[in-house]
Design a protein around this ligand. Structure first.
Ligand code: PEP
Length: 253
């Protein structure tokens, strides 16, 4: 299984800043072919990034893919402000991040909506990364694993057979953008649980599904986290905004 190191830029970087980043970042990862790298810039920068990446790929082999940070499940229609899978397909977008905790908590997205988006992404050949994670209150109540199981069962309802086309990101809400990282042991406990859950749900067909860890990953903690048996990559927010830090996370992984 090729590990995946993914960057979630959230609402950061204009088109010009994205191109500037890629100019610095792409040459540094040119020869890194043992892991897959994904960058999810804001929607407005996806088109420019896609053209820039195509040009780079003509010059040599690159393991860098593009992802969207969200999408709507319908193909088109009166859905003001939304972006459809067809629009992402046109730009050769390989991944979409779904159910990120900021979408769940700030924009009140529920598991049922996330599940419809998961269906739609798979139907359109875009590989979804389903994000799950508990709040600090839920961890303190001792219900972390119940929360994770509920989010995964509902997010993947009806698409268990499509497990080979899905990745999962465990992102404890209390560790996102806070500087607090789960210890490797805390993360591994949840990752091990997720692995056995998706193994059962997919009837053993989960060997292509990567379980990423996300939550204040940086060059200093990447090596210890990635050593854990069930951590198959990272979803990185803040530290991915700096091309040098993101590069260091990749080579430390
Ligand atoms: C994220 O937004 O997915 C994330 C993990 O953010 P950060 O790395 O900043 O905690």
């Amino acid at each position: 299984m090729k590990y995946l190191i993914a960057a979630n830029w959230k609402m950061h970087k204009t088109c010009a800043e994205t191109l500037d980043y890629l100019d610095k970042f792409l040459p540094s990862v040119k020869d890194i072919l043992n892991v897959e790298i994904m960058i999810a810039p804001p929607f407005t920068a996806l088109s420019s990034a896609s053209i820039r990446l195509d040009a780079a790929k003509k010059e040599g082999e690159f393991n860098v893919k593009l992802g969207a940070q969200n999408m709507y499940f319908e193909e088109k229609g009166a859905f003001t402000g939304e972006i459809s899978p067809i629009m992402l397909n046109e730009l050769n977008i390989d991944y979409v991040i779904l159910g990120h905790s900021e979408r769940r908590h700030i924009f009140k997205e529920k598991d049922e909506l996330i599940n419809k988006k998961m269906y739609s992404a798979i139907e359109h050949g875009i590989r979804p990364i389903l994000c799950v994670g508990e709040t600090i209150e839920e961890r303190e109540q001792g219900i972390t694993l119940n929360v994770i199981e509920n989010q995964i069962r509902k997010g993947l309802a009806g698409i268990e057979k499509d497990m080979p086309y899905i990745d999962i990101a465990y992102e404890p809400v209390w560790a996102i953008g806070t500087g607090k990282t789960a210890t490797p042991e805390q993360a591994e406990e949840v990752h091990r649980f997720i692995r056995s859950l998706i193994n059962e749900m997919s009837k053993g067909n989960d060997d292509k599904t990567r379980i990423l860890y996300g939550g204040s990953v940086k060059p200093e903690n990447a090596t210890d986290l990635i050593k854990q048996e069930n951590i198959n990559g990272f979803l990185v927010g803040s530290a991915s905004l700096d091309p040098e830090k993101f590069y260091k996370i990749i080579i430390n992984s």
